[in-house]
Ligand binder design. Structure first.
Ligand SMILES: NC(=O)c1ccc[n+]([C@@H]2O[C@H](COP(=O)([O-])OP(=O)(O)OC[C@H]3O[C@@H](n4cnc5c(N)ncnc54)[C@H](O)[C@@H]3O)[C@@H](O)[C@H]2O)c1
Ligand SMILES: CC(C)CCC[C@@H](C)[C@H]1CC[C@H]2C3=C(CC[C@]12C)[C@@]1(C)CC[C@H](O)[C@@H](C(=O)O)[C@@H]1CC3
Length: 345
């Protein structure tokens, strides 16, 4: 019988490696001596020790070229949540993830680490210190969440000792840090248009915001500890900063750090949520004629006005996870990294 030659366990691929999280992950993997293949629909940078493969993850043949001799695959590609495009989410997050799993089998990959999201259990109501055994959202709040649930199920179900193929899902929440294209830029854009004067609700809701380097640390620990008979197989893990913070205090610290005023006036949560739903409906109806992108989407309002923080005790116990950058330091580094978004810049 022919012996299957095992790829080096220092060879990995990052699908979505040109994105915010993906690039931070690639940089840290290179620091740790991994040879990295980046697979993405776009190339946004160059780095010694990294090979880029430009392609769509729904294209198995393109993927197979990038996965040659790779033992670990990190899958952190997804359409942006704000795109709100059902067909795109279905194609990339569900059909595409099936293709990724198939390509991993054909290429002899041993480990697949999926970047899922803590939002897979979020339905718009309070979540306080939830563990991973909370059921998936029955009524997901948007297409992004709906397809992240399906994607996570597909990856965890693919874990197979017989096939020598091990899978795990990392569920980060509210990732922020240098080069993030979402949180800080959207916040600053809203502030520049005078829309950040208001606090939605009473402002006491606690939330997890997780510094990108902590999320990267969780991914690498997961990949290195995942093996046959380890408790990590086919499991999902929350990775957070382990320092829940008031949503509006966090936003205020970023805004004030960049020279803008902190929100001050309170608006009732249900009123703002109702308006956001109405705007979403209008945008939906008008879509064939004109693209409207409301700042206050129902998802954003729900995230801004409810508690949503998660326990990372399981990651601490099973993989020895501890956040490496505390929240205060993380906010300072983030503010520092956006000189072009400072007031008056
Ligand atoms: N940003 C957050 O707060 C957050 C929180 C929890 C989970 N996540 C998850 O983390 C992952 C990374 O998110 P991010 O914030 O870095 O997003 P990002 O948009 O910066 O990166 C995603 C990358 O995926 C690539 N991509 C999209 N469709 C592709 C396709 N069909 N084929 C190949 N590449 C494709 C994009 O080009 C991009 O480079 C996503 O899976 C997201 O669901 C993000
Ligand atoms: C206009 C204001 C009310 C809010 C401005 C800031 C928001 C743009 C961010 C605050 C919380 C962020 C967040 C996400 C996107 C950007 C915010 C809404 C996610 C929905 C992105 C996708 C991730 O999977 C979610 C997760 O589970 O971590 C994020 C949750 C927080």
């Amino acid at each position: 019988m022919a012996t299957r030659i095992r790829p080096s366990n220092k060879r990995c691929a990052v699908i979505g490696g040109s994105g915010f999280l993906g690039r931070h992950l690639v940089e840290r993997l290179v620091d740790r001596g991994y040879a990295v293949a980046v697979f993405d629909i776009r190339q946004t940078y160059e780095l010694p020790g990294v090979n880029f493969y430009q392609g769509d993850l729904c294209d198995k043949h393109a993927l197979l070229t990038a996965l040659k001799d790779v033992s670990i695959v990190f899958h952190c590609a997804s359409p942006a949540p704000a795109s709100d495009d059902r067909a795109l989410f279905q194609r990339v997050n569900i059909d595409g993830t099936r293709t990724v799993i198939q390509a991993c089998h054909e290429a002899g990959v041993q480990k697949l680490v999926l970047t899922s999201s803590a939002s897979v259990v979020f339905e718009g109501s309070d979540i306080k210190n939830a563990k991973e055994d909370l059921p998936y959202a029955k009524r997901p709040i948007d297409y992004y969440t709906e397809t992240k649930i399906q994607q996570e199920k597909l990856v965890l179900e693919a874990c197979s000792k017989e096939m020598d193929f091990f899978t795990i899902a990392i569920r980060p929440h509210g990732i922020f840090g240098p080069r993030d294209p979402q949180l800080v830029p959207i916040l600053v854009d809203a502030a520049r248009r005078g829309k950040m004067k208001f606090i939605i609700g009473d402002g006491s809701n606690l939330v997890d915001f997780t510094y990108v380097e902590n999320v990267v640390h969780g991914h690498i620990l997961a990949a290195e500890r995942l093996k046959a008979d380890s408790p990590l197989c086919a499991q999902a893990y929350h990775i957070t900063n382990d320092e829940p913070v008031r949503f509006w205090d966090f936003m205020s610290q970023i805004l004030v750090g960049l020279g803008y005023s902190a929100p001050r006036y309170h608006l009732p949560y249900m009123l703002v949520y109702g308006i956001a739903l109405l705007l979403w409906l209008i945008a939906f109806i008008m879509r064939p004629l004109v693209q409207i992108k409301p700042t206050f989407t129902p998802m954003r309002v729900a995230l801004a006005g409810t508690h949503h923080y998660y326990s990372c005790a399981r990651a601490k116990q099973d993989m020895g996870y501890q956040p490496v950058v505390p929240l205060k330091e993380a906010i300072a580094r983030t503010v520092e990294s956006y000189p072009h978004l400072r007031k008056g810049a």
